[in-house]
Design a protein. Sequence first.
Length: 55
Amino acid sequence: MSEPADRMRRRIEEIFGDDPSTTADERADHGAADERDTADPDRWFTENRPPHHGG
C-alpha cells in the first residue's frame, strides 16, 4: 500500500476500530458486555431520553 493509503487506513481504524465493515451487533461477541443490558435492553434509551420527552 502507498503511504497515504496506509495513513488513511490507520486513521479509519483509529476512529472506527479495527473492523469498520461490521457493527458490534453483527460480530460474534455482539459488542462488549457493558454495552448490553439483558434485563432492560432499552436502558440506554431511557437513560438518554431528551428532557422534552418527559419522564
